[in-house]
Design a protein around this ligand. Structure first.
Ligand SMILES: Cc1ncc(COP(=O)(O)O)c(C=O)c1O
Length: 373
């Protein structure tokens, strides 16, 4: 196992306080929240308490939150639900070229069903231009879905501005906030969004749990039909244990936001400065210089293949931005959309820091990189 974990954008460990909060609901309070006896009531209270914790982080009412099986499910619920329900009003969706596959692939599926999707371009920092959004809207547009923070390069999109444009045109606005929740402020009214996706395992809860914010009054067909769970928006007996986990994780995240802005950002900046000091122009930073997640450092190492560099760094856990198949290096679709030159982008590596990253780890990581690069 690598000893320095710098892949928090891929997933986070479960916070010990989250693990502790889940514990009683595994074998002691195992009731079905729909049961009317004491076991059921205890489980129901736990689910509703967790819902309130998620809502508190996002600045919305608990009734506007539903639990899902993760970020992918939240995104699919929105795209397919809105497309199905509003198809008589219009058949056009707007998204961006740098979305996660959990947006891009449902969009591709919907295109096969006859919908039209506009994939907006980004500039070299990975940012969407709100003017492009305005221009892409037609009377047929029913949904705009633009991610809050990019998972690879960390660029933050101007969501509040795009939301204003959506509202002016009476179009629903969704943001995939899987990467931003817990790292920066994600208050739904400040962002102005109607729908927002959360992924638990990016915020120190387990994998396989997520949430979806749905602004009060917005109705669409659920992805999973069944009994009336989650206000009739997502059927299936509640995952009490994981709901409790996500609630606790959101409570902790709220308290940790300021630290992300200061300490985590400072460590990320230190990492970036140290790489610049040692390697100068041989290392190029991707993403927006300021409008970027405070924990993410995505760089191109000139003259090497990212995956091969990481192979020489078994003590470091990080991600490469390019895939290597049969000797051919393919840039990620995000880097392609940012028009990163292939010979530069093949050396892409994403380092993502988190709650437990220390200064010693960053200093050691720089030393280790210097030995092999
Ligand atoms: C931006 C973004 N959206 C969606 C997802 C998918 O979330 P999940 O793994 O919970 O389905 C991820 C996680 O990789 C992500 O980074």
């Amino acid at each position: 196992m690598p000893s320095i974990y710098l892949d928090y954008n891929a997933t986070t460990p479960v916070d010990p306080a989250v693990a502790e909060a889940m514990q009683p609901y595994i074998a002691t309070y195992y009731g079905n929240p729909s049961s009317t006896h004491g076991y059921g009531r205890t489980a129901k209270d736990a689910v509703e308490g967790a819902r309130a914790q998620v809502a508190d982080l996002l600045g919305c009412a608990p009734e506007e939150i539903i639990f899902t099986g993760g970020g992918s499910e939240s995104n699919n619920t929105v795209l397919k639900g809105v497309a199905y329900t509003y198809r008589h009003q219009g058949n056009h969706l707007i998204t961006s070229a740098v979305e996660h596959p959990a947006i891009i692939n449902p969009c591709r599926f919907l295109e096969q069903q006859g919908l039209r999707v506009t994939y907006l371009p980004v500039d070299r920092t990975g940012m969407v231009d709100p003017a492009d959004v305005r221009q892409a809207i037609t009377p047929q547009t029913i949904l705009i879905s633009i991610m809050h923070a990019n998972n690879e390069v960390g660029t933050l999109q101007p969501i509040a501005e795009i939301s204003r444009i959506a509202r002016e045109h009476g179009v629903l606005m969704h943001t995939d906030a899987a990467q931003s929740v817990g790292k920066i402020a994600t208050r739904v009214n400040e962002l102005g969004v109607d729908l927002l996706s959360v992924a638990g395992h990016k915020v120190y809860a387990p994998k396989g749990i997520g949430a979806l914010y749905i602004r009060s009054g917005i109705a669409f067909e659920p992805l999973i039909h069944g009994a009336g769970h989650e206000f009739g928006r997502r059927a299936g007996t509640e995952n009490v244990i994981f709901n409790v986990a996500l609630g606790k994780a959101c409570e902790l995240a709220k308290g940790d936001l300021a630290r992300y802005q200061r300490e985590v950002r400072r460590l990320r900046d230190l990492f970036q400065e140290e790489l610049a000091k040692r390697f100068g122009e041989r290392v190029v930073v991707n993403g927006h210089p300021e409008q970027r997640l405070p924990n993410t450092l995505h760089v191109n190492f000139r003259g090497v293949i990212g995956a091969e560099l990481l192979e020489k760094l078994p003590e470091l856990a990080a991600s490469t931005g390019s895939a290597c198949h049969a000797g051919e290096v393919a840039l990620s679709s995000v880097l392609e959309a940012m028009q990163v030159a292939p010979d530069l982008g093949m050396g892409a590596v994403r380092f993502s820091l988190g709650r437990y990253t220390t200064r010693e780890e960053i200093e050691r990581a720089v030393e280790l990189i210097e030995r092999v690069y």
